[in-house]
Design a protein around this ligand. Sequence first.
Ligand code: GCU
Length: 423
Amino acid sequence: MKRFTSLFLLILFVFVNAYAQRENVISDESKVPAYQVPDILTRFNGGKVKTEKVWVKKQRPEILKLFTQEVYGKIPGEQPISEVKVWETSENALNGIAIRKQLSLFFRKHDRNLEVNVLMYLPKTTKKVPVFLAYNFTGNHAIYNDPNIRLTESWVANNPSVGIINNQVTEQSRASASDRWPVDEIIKSGYGLVTVYYGDVDPDKNDFSDGIHPFFYSEGQQKPQINEWGSIGAWAWGLSRVLDYLEKDILVDATKVAVLGHSRLGKAALWAGATDPRFAMVISNESGCGGAALSKRIFGETVQIINTSFPHWFCDNFLKYNGNEEMLPVDQHMLLALIAPRPLYVASAEGDQWADPLGEFLSAKYASAVYELLELEGLPAKEMPAVNQPVMGTIGYHIRTGKHDLSLYDWQQYIRFADKHFK
Ligand code: GCU
């Protein structure tokens, strides 16, 4: 009975707490508390960053180290691809205008085996093509109406409305996310699309017994150490492994891979871009808290809220900053600056206040100082642009009308941005 009562009280506490947090969410600009973000060109020891050399050799490594240590966690070791198995290459996709390739990357260690399925659509041409590399949320079969795409056998969060039952997808799940993936437009614009189900690398649940994490455990270990990677770190790692493969694929120009992600996958894309300089372009679609949005600006989702709802996304060190953002030694504009000198695009949506559009814009604006130091254009806007008025320098930004989503409009801007920098 006693145990029952304490369990009941615990559940009650969790609910009341979650409710109270939602109630306290700031969504009114006049209620945002005063805050200060670190000046990106001031060294942690107080000096100023005045040259490219000091940025590259000193400031950038220090910032990267702090994000690794305090936010996303370090990768505990190396795990290269053990085997690539190409399931099919069809010259006849999209009514004959594209090549469809499906393959698996296998990772093996002791008795562990992880299979990451890759789906590629590439324009038919004699040249190597630039590609967008992006995770999808529910499996490769969901992105396009093509019965030849393999159905994922991985664990997927239940969603009976698209036929995901008992954490397994069904035929009904096909093309259920096709609104987010304008494959024909991408191909016709001369780009390939490479996509992977993010749960292949690490299923999105607070459970560290599956996915890539256990590959690095010592005897008896159950979860990563407090300064080691959570799920976002794992997803970013997975993007780099796909890039390892793309470097070997003769159809792809691996010097022109734009890594793109929506929402939590935008957070992963940014971290991948920050940690792996081989990504030639980085695109964050409404990545919000822990992504492009400033953490010290308290608006919409906060560090405490995200760490409570998704305790597996960041490293445990990040918990120190719950309700305590002012103590963070870095803020997200510094994450964006790690991507310099490579082109970076940050996008928000008017109907996605949870992700704090202004915080995303300011972050891109503050990151500009580093691009300018490197004699690049940075973000060509001092004030938040009007809705549906994209700006594109080496940093691009738009806020569009509509809800939290990855839309055709978003893709059209990313294609224009890629044309500007890749062609
Ligand atoms: C939640 C979460 C966000 C995240 C989003 C998503 O809303 O709070 O941080 O970006 O899910 O991934 O769709």
